[in-house]
Structures are given as structure tokens and as C-alpha cells.
Design a protein around this ligand. Structure first.
Ligand SMILES: [Zn+2]
Length: 412
């Protein structure tokens, strides 16, 4: 695979300007979105072969079921997957494997809703969907499993996703887990899954997932999207690089998020589509066809880049030395209930630039700051942020919600 030249432009994602580790000098900061890519000389347009495949698709009319109880007959099930079975990479055996598979989806925002929906339609038999948030109106622009009544009701995303999936594929076993994925519950929540798909909005959870996956020798697929950019990478423990091989440390400083920098739904759906395709390859036993790179793709600039991630790094703390600091909660900010109706996040590694944070938060609520502290009021929640990243979130005793607000508006 050729390595493409990549140029970092504009504000670095890591506001502190620190590099992410020993290999960072040689690698672009594209994991930590956003980024821009300089098109290398000689890069050609995509091959036309990707369009020619359309010529193989046949169109047919589906008979309307005469059954009144909506129970599905075997021939209806067979018809449902017929176009996918026709694809040589899947076939009948692949379809049987999909039906017997169990996939974990961590996070059910734009990427999670899209990938869970695609895999349920493709016939993945069981899905465990883990999410700590509820549906808001701002989600409807891109989060494809949710509808207006879900936002009006403020339904938890995992449950809203379960209901929507069952409406189009009633045979899918959907395990909706309304939870914050943390070291204390990750083994239990993901125990029955064969592969885990990252659809989170924060690096704290991604590094936890990386530790868990390497420890359990279980594949996971990183996917992220912010602005117009999507990034994804397959991690097959023992075979490919892990997340920490490429970036030994999570980003520090305030991090761009969908809530502060916006997001285009094609970017999120692209990340989900690539992730779903890679997951399907693995599930049907075609892991040899999986991509062995960190891929980034800007749908607005029409630019993409890849970094070789085909081999583990022997000195990697996680997959090389098997040190699972995030799984042991050593890399995680402690969270405590603090006073009445408040939660404190004891982050101390995230140097906050108050002026920059004020600029980003102003469109989303009231912001006041002085030299020592920044106050951000949004609805019933008031966040007080200190210079080292520590924060007090007033208006809730829900630790998961507090963590969510922190990752959405400050970053994690
Ligand atoms: Zn590694």
C-alpha cells in the first residue's frame, strides 16, 4: 500500500501542540480529527470498476404478504437476503454466518445508528447496542434510526434504536444497554460479542475499547467523524496495529467535537459504511479482504489518505507489553458526586485554553470566564471548567450524563 503525503492545516486537533507519541513525528494527526490532506502528485480518480458493479444488480418486485399476523415465512426470509446472497463474497454460507453472529456497537449517534441499521438489515443475528444518551432534536439531521417522536419523548438512544430495528427486521436480537461503558462494566456488556464497533464520540472510550479488545483477543473497528471527515481503522489483535501502536496516548487539550465543530451526515455515514463492510468481511470469514490501514476521507474536499497499520508495534504498551492502563482505569478521570445535584470530573491532564473554548461554546449557550475558570450554561446544566480540565457539572447527579456533556463540549 502506498503511503500518501498528508499536510496538517489550520488549528491542530491537539490544542496543546503535543505530539501523540514516539511515532507521531512520522505520522499525520488524522486520528484526532479534523485534518486536511494535501493531494499527492499522481493520485488518480477512483476506478470506474466501482460503478460497473451496478450492472449486476437486478430489480424485482416483492410480493405483498397475505399474512395478517406479520410473522415471517421462511421464503420471505430467504427473499429478504437474496440480493446479498447473490454477491459472491457473501453467498449462502456467508449469510448463515451473519445470521449466527453477534456484534457490539458502542455508541449510538450518527455512526452507531447507521452501522447498527446496516448490519441489522444485512442479517446480523444479534446486536448489543450501548449508549448513555437520549435522543435530541439536533440528532435528527444525521442519526438515521431516530424520528421526531423519539426526540420529543427524549427516548434513550439504545432503546429507540432497538425499536426502529425491530420495525424493519423483527428477527434481529437487539440488546439495548443504556449505560456508560466503563472499566467496571465493559467485560459484562461486551461478553457475548464477537466483534466490537466503535461509534463513540470520545477517545477515553476508544482507548478503553482498545485495551479490552487486545486483552480479549477480540477484533474492533475504530470509526470517527467530525466536520466533513471520516476516519476508520480495523484492529485485529495480534495481526494488525492497535490504536496505541499508532497513537500511544489519547489527545490532550480541548478536542473538536460534533457539538462544537459540526458534522455532515455523509461523513458519518461514510465512516459507518466502511466500518460495516469491514465487519461483514470478518463475520463471513473473509478477513483476508480487510483493509490494513488507517483510512481518512474528507467528503467535502474529496481527499483521502491511508497510513499503513498492517503490523503491531513490538514496543507498544498495549499489544506489545500488554499493559492495560485504561482497562485498569488508570488513564481515566475520576468522577464523583459533588454536593447537591452536581457531578465533578477530576480531569487533570487536559490543559484548557479558555479563550478558544469560549469561542467554541458561545453558539451553544451562555459563557462567562475569568483567568481561573470558565462557566458554560446550557439549558438546566451549568458546567464550570478549570484550567487543568477539571469540571463541575451542575443540574444532574447522573454520572453518565455528566461524562457525556463533558465529552461533547470539552472533549475526551
Ligand atoms: Zn499496539
Amino acid at each position: 500500500m502506498r503511503e500518501l503525503s498528508i499536510e496538517k492545516a489550520g488549528q491542530p486537533h491537539n490544542k496543546s501542540g503535543q505530539t501523540a507519541g514516539r511515532r507521531s513525528d512520522a505520522l499525520p494527526p488524522i486520528l484526532f480529527l479534523p485534518f486536511r490532506i494535501r493531494k499527492p502528485p499522481g493520485l488518480r480518480h477512483a476506478s470506474r470498476s466501482s460503478f460497473l458493479i451496478l450492472g449486476r444488480v437486478t430489480v424485482g418486485l416483492h410480493p405483498i404478504s397475505s399474512q395478517s399476523d406479520l410473522s415471517l415465512r421462511a421464503d420471505e426470509e430467504s427473499e429478504r437476503y437474496s440480493r446479498q446472497v447473490l454477491f459472491s463474497g457473501i453467498g449462502e454460507q456467508g449469510q448463515r454466518r451473519l445470521l449466527a453472529s453477534h456484534v457490539g456497537v458502542v455508541g449510538c449517534g450518527a455512526t452507531g445508528a447507521a452501522v447498527a441499521g446496516m448490519l441489522a438489515r444485512a442479517g446480523v443475528g444479534s446486536l448489543t447496542i450501548i449508549d448513555r444518551d437520549y435522543v435530541e432534536w439536533s440528532n435528527l439531521q444525521r442519526q438515521v434510526l431516530f424520528e421526531e417522536p423519539d426526540a420529543a419523548e427524549g427516548l434513550p438512544k439504545a432503546e429507540a434504536a432497538r425499536r426502529r430495528i425491530l420495525a424493519f427486521n423483527s428477527k434481529t436480537q437487539v440488546h439495548a444497554r443504556i449505560a456508560d461503558l466503563v472499566p467496571g462494566n465493559i467485560h459484562k456488556l461486551l461478553a457475548d460479542t464477537q466483534i466490537v464497533l466503535d461509534a463513540t464520540d470520545n477517545f477515553e472510550t476508544r482507548y478503553l475499547l482498545n485495551d479490552y479488545a487486545v486483552e480479549q483477543n477480540k477484533p474492533w473497528i475504530y470509526a470517527g467523524a467530525v466536520g466533513s471527515s471520516a476516519v476508520t481503522m480495523n484492529i485485529l489483535p495480534g495481526q494488525t496495529a492497535c490504536l496505541a501502536c499508532i497513537f500511544p496516548e489519547p489527545p490532550t487539550g480541548s478536542v473538536e467535537t460534533c457539538d462544537t465543530s459540526g458534522i455532515l451526515n455523509p461523513a458519518a455515514n461514510l465512516a459507518a459504511s466502511l466500518q460495516a463492510a469491514e465487519a461483514m468481511k470478518w463475520l463471513v470469514g473473509a478477513s483476508g479482504a480487510m483493509r490494513l490501514s488507517l483510512l481518512s476521507w474528507d467528503v467535502w474536499a474529496n481527499q483521502r489518505a491511508e497510513v499503513n497499520a498492517s503490523r503491531p508495534r513490538t514496543e507498544c504498551q498495549v499489544c506489545g507489553m500488554r499493559k492495560f492502563l485504561h482497562l485498569e482505569a488508570k488513564g481515566r478521570a475520576q468522577i464523583t458526586l459533588c454536593g447537591r445535584n452536581s457531578v465533578q470530573i477530576h480531569e487533570h491532564r487536559r490543559t484548557v485554553d479558555f479563550a478558544e473554548l469560549e469561542r467554541r461554546l458561545q453558539p451553544h449557550g451562555q459563557v462567562r470566564r475569568n483567568a481561573l475558570v470558565l462557566h458554560f450554561q446550557r439549558g438546566i446544566h451549568r458546567m464550570t471548567i478549570f484550567g487543568d480540565g477539571r469540571a463541575i457539572i451542575q443540574g444532574t447527579t447522573d454520572v453518565g450524563l455528566a461524562r457525556s456533556l463533558y465529552s461533547r463540549f470539552i472533549g475526551s
